[in-house]
Design a protein around this ligand. Structure first.
Ligand code: PMP
Length: 461
């Protein structure tokens, strides 16, 4: 077996990593200096590193390990499928059983008339598919000028040229000449940071109505689609006010604009329903899926498309596809993952037991002097760090490090919690138990206490 169980000492691994491995979203020289933790194995919600630390994974990897680590069933299915049919394409008048069965299962699980699936390798390339798909849809309908897609600042839709263009991360646009033409942006429904004197409800409506204003500015006859995450994930787990999504749904309907729900994080139980669209009460025309589809055990993503859209697409040749679209091993693993989620009642357990338990404990963190707001939906949650909660103050730009300080304390306390600016976020495996939630909360609180003390000592509060 070629599995690495007998590895060199940590320092040697770190030196090799620094010599040869370019990490995503990382400053390589800074990383070499601070030294990455070497994660060696995992079980349930627990990671182990090369120094033997046991770390509770508050992020389910990268929002993806929904069923938890170490489920042998997935490994066994992958091995069986590799022996039976490790690869075959679906381009040239051929198909195979895993792709058929997974597409059928997704059509069953997805709400409404979302019945057809185009497979990709992850979320970014699925969103690239969506750009071409919606533009092709309108061209086929005789409206080729409808090519503009509206997105939101601080959205995350991936790292490919298409995905990063759809995303509203200015730091990403700044590298590599993005966005591509035909992508427009409106502001995000982030009340804590941008709501000013408005109530959350007023603000939700105001932000949704920016969509209508933008459609009118561009010309409704030019707008193809609006894309959004039901709940923004990488932007900081930003939960929109209740008024936001109903108004967005009204507007896309009024102007006959396709609604793309990017479910890459929200899908497959994360929000307490199969899909985030169900949690926020919207009916998208297309859903982007990845991550929880296979619980991250193997790369796979896709676009689930409504009958209305598919009907038009099916009438032409869509000149698009990836070698690994519908990869048989990935499809087989995803099917097994969905079987586990369904048969073990994981989503019901999140909805009825663990998410309410986590909510109570998470919201109690808002009492901490460093925490302004504590937001949570299902198994995704955030804390806003603030120097003054009464005014919703933000740390001075040069401080810029409250989140980093807290994240470093989390690391030291063996809990993975991520920082996005000065927001701390979690998205644990759906399999986390109430006892494990207690551990997670205790470590989070300890890390907040230590970050608070450090900020005070450094005169940053
Ligand atoms: N969309 C959303 C909402 C995401 O959160 C992500 C990844 N964090 C992506 C797309 C991109 O997915 P991937 O990294 O699998 O390409």
């Amino acid at each position: 077996m070629n599995v690495i169980t007998n590895y060199p000492p940590t320092a040697e691994l770190q030196a090799l990593d620094s010599a040869h491995h370019l990490h995503p979203f990382s400053h390589a020289n800074a990383l070499a200096e601070s030294k990455p933790r070497v994660i060696t194995s995992a079980k349930g919600v627990w990671l182990k590193d090369s120094d033997g630390h046991e770390i509770i994974d508050g992020m389910a990897g990268l929002w993806c390990v929904n069923i938890g680590y170490g489920r042998d069933e997935l490994a066994e299915v992958a091995a069986r499928q590799m022996k039976e049919l490790p690869f075959y394409n679906t381009f040239f008048k051929t198909t195979h059983i895993p792709a058929i069965m997974l597409a059928k299962k997704l059509a069953e699980l997805a709400p409404g008339d979302l019945n057809q699936v185009f497979f990709a390798n992850g979320g970014s390339d699925a969103n690239d598919t969506n750009i071409r798909l919606v533009r092709t849809y309108w061209a086929e309908k005789g409206e080729p000028q409808r090519d503009v897609i509206i997105s939101r600042w601080n959205a995350y839709h991936g790292s490919t040229i298409g995905g990063a263009s759809l995303g509203g991360m200015k730091g990403m646009h700044g590298q590599g000449g993005l966005p591509i033409p035909g992508i427009e942006f409106i502001d995000q429904p982030h009340w804590w940071a941008e709501g000013g004197d408005m109530t959350p409800e007023e603000f939700g409506l105001e932000r949704a109505r920016q969509l209508e204003a933008k459609i009118k500015e561009i010309g409704p006859e030019r707008v193809a689609a609006f894309i959004a995450e039901p709940i923004q994930g990488a932007g900081g787990v930003i939960v929109p006010p209740e008024t936001y999504w109903p108004e967005i749904q009204r507007i896309v309907k009024k102007y006959d604009i396709l609604l793309i729900a990017d479910e890459v994080i929200c899908g497959f139980g994360r929000t307490g329903n199969w899909f985030g669209s169900q949690t926020v009460g919207i009916s998208p025309d297309i859903m982007t899926i990845a991550k929880g589809l296979s619980s991250g055990y193997i790369p796979i993503g896709g676009s689930i498309v409504s009958d209305r859209v598919a009907e038009v697409l099916r009438d032409t040749e869509f000149n698009h596809g990836y070698t690994y679209s519908g990869h048989p091993v990935a499809c087989a693993v995803a099917l097994e993952n969905l079987r586990i989620i369904e048969e073990e009642g994981m989503i019901e357990n999140v909805r009825d037991v663990t998410a309410p338990y986590l909510r109570e404990k998470w919201e109690a963190l808002a009492d901490h002097p460093l925490v302004g707001e504590a937001k949570i939906v299902g198994m995704m949650a955030s804390l806003a760090l603030t120097p003054d909660k009464s005014t919703r103050a933000v740390f001075a730009a040069e401080t810029g490090t409250a989140g980093f300080i807290c994240r470093d304390r989390c690391f030291a306390n063996n809990i993975i919690m991520r920082s996005v600016g000065d927001r701390m976020i979690i998205s644990p495996p759906l399999s986390i138990t109430c006892d494990e939630i207690d551990i997670l909360i205790a470590r989070a609180r300890k890390s907040l206490d230590e970050a608070y003390e450090k900020l005070k000592a450094d005169d940053l509060l």
